[in-house]
Design a protein around this ligand. Structure first.
Ligand code: NAD
Ligand code: PRE
Length: 294
C-alpha cells in the first residue's frame, strides 16, 4: 500500500511511524513545503521516499497533516488528483470549514474527515513519536459521505495503530473542541504571557517555578503557525468559550475582593469533580487495554 503523508511534522511523522510498525507492506511517501522537514523525515526513517504533489495519483491513502488554513487550499486539489480507490483523510483540529469546502466536490466520497485527539506541544519531524495514537480517539465526521469501501480501508488502518473512533458532526465537533482544547491553549498562552511580563528575571522563573507552573504553561510552547489558523477558523466558538472563562475569572476575583473565601472554597470544591471525569478517561483506556488483551 502506498501511503502519502502531506505534512511530515509531529502528526504526519507520528502517523507514518505507527503505520510502518503496525501495517505490513506499507510504503510511505512524504510531501512537504519545507525541504528541510522532508530531509529530516527521510533521515529519521519516518518516510521511505520524498514525493511531489503530482505523485499523489498513485496513492492508496493520503494523510493530510498540515495547518488547517493550508488544508482548506490543498484538500480540493488533492481530491482532484487522486485515483478512485484512494482514501484521503486528515488530522486538522477544526472540521466545519473543511467539510463545507469539499461538500460539493465531485470526489467528496474519497474524503474521510478526521481529527486525532493526540499530540504534544512540539512540532516538526523531530517531534514525531511512535505510539502517539495508541488508545487515543480519532474523531470522524460525516462518515456517511465517504464511499463505504474507503471508510473500511481507513478504519482498518486506524484500528491497526490502536485508535478509538468517535463519530460526530463537524459543527458539534468544533463547538466541543473549542472548550476542551482551544480554550486550554489560550489560557496557557496568556498565563505564560502574564508571568513573562512581570517576572523579567528569567533566572527567578527557573529557580522558583515548580511542576505546577510547568504543567499549566506546557501548552504555551505550542506553535503559532498551527494555532493561529485554528483560532481563525473556529473564531465564533472560541469567542464564546473565552467569554464564559473570563466571566468565571472575574467572578473569582470578585469573591476574593469581597473576602468571601467560603465561596472561593466552594468554587474550587465543585471543580474538583474534574478528577472523577478524568479518572473515567483513564479507566476507559485501561478497559481498552484489557479488551485488546495487551
Ligand atoms: N500538534 C498537535 O498536538 C495536533 C494534534 C491533533 C491534530 N493536529 C493537527 O494536525 C495538523 C498538523 O499539525 P502538526 O502538529 O503535525 O504540525 P507541524 O508543524 O509539526 O507539521 C506541519 C508540517 O506541514 C508542513 N506544511 C505546512 N504548510 C504546508 C503546505 N501548504 N504544504 C505542504 N506542507 C506544509 C510543515 O512544513 C510541517 O512539516 C494541523 O492541522 C493540526 O491542527 C495537531
Ligand atoms: O497534548 C497536547 O499537547 C495537545 O495540545 C494535543 C491537542 C489537545 O489535546 O488540545 C492539541 C490539538 C489537537 O487538535 C488535539 C490534541
Amino acid at each position: 500500500m502506498k501511503v502519502f503523508i502531506v505534512g511530515t511534522g509531529l502528526i504526519g511523522g507520528s502517523f507514518a511511524l505507527d503505520l510502518k510498525a503496525e501495517v505490513s507492506n506499507v510504503e510511505v511517501y512524504g510531501i512537504d513545503e519545507s525541504e528541510q522537514h522532508l530531509e529530516e523525515a527521510l533521515k529519521a526513517g519516518l518516510i521511505d521516499h520524498k514525493a511531489e504533489f503530482e505523485d499523489l495519483a498513485k496513492a492508496d491513502l493520503v494523510y493530510l497533516a498540515i495547518p488547517v488554513d493550508a488544508s482548506l487550499q490543498i484538500l480540493p486539489k488533492v481530491l482532484d488528483i487522486v485515483n478512485d480507490d484512494c482514501v484521503v483523510t486528515d488530522a486538522g483540529s477544526t472540521k466545519e470549514q473543511l467539510c463545507l469546502k469539499v461538500a460539493d466536490h465531485p470526489r467528496r466520497r474519497n474524503y474521510l474527515a478526521g481529527h486525532p485527539i493526540a499530540g504534544t506541544e512540539f512540532s516538526g519531524p523531530s517531534a514525531a513519536l511512535h505510539g502517539l495514537f495508541k488508545y487515543k480517539t480519532n474523531i470522524i465526521c460525516e462518515i456517511e459521505k465517504t464511499a463505504f469501501k474507503l471508510q473500511e480501508k481507513a478504519l482498518e488502518i486506524f484500528n491497526a495503530i490502536g485508535m478509538r473512533i468517535r463519530y460526530m458532526d463537524p459543527v458539534s465537533h468544533d463547538r466541543h473542541i473549542a472548550y476542551v482544547s482551544h480554550l486550554s491553549h489560550i489560557s496557557s498562552f496568556m498565563l505564560g504571557k502574564t508571568v513573562l511580563e512581570k517576572e523579567k528575571n528569567e533566572r527567578d522563573i527557573f529557580d522558583l517555578a515548580g511542576s505546577g507552573f510547568a504543567s499549566t504553561v506546557r501548552l504555551a510552547k505550542s506553535s503559532p503557525e498551527m494555532w493561529t489558523p485554528i483560532f481563525r477558523q473556529n473564531k465564533k466558538n472560541v469567542m464564546e468559550t473565552l467569554d464564559e472563562y473570563i466571566s468565571n475569572l472575574k467572578h473569582f476575583r470578585q469573591l476574593m475582593e469581597a473576602d468571601n473565601f467560603e465561596e472561593v472554597f466552594q468554587e474550587m470544591e465543585k471543580t474538583n469533580h474534574i478528577k472523577d471525569v478524568l479518572n473515567g478517561i483513564t479507566q476507559n483506556e485501561n478497559l481498552k487495554i484489557l479488551e485488546n488483551g495487551k
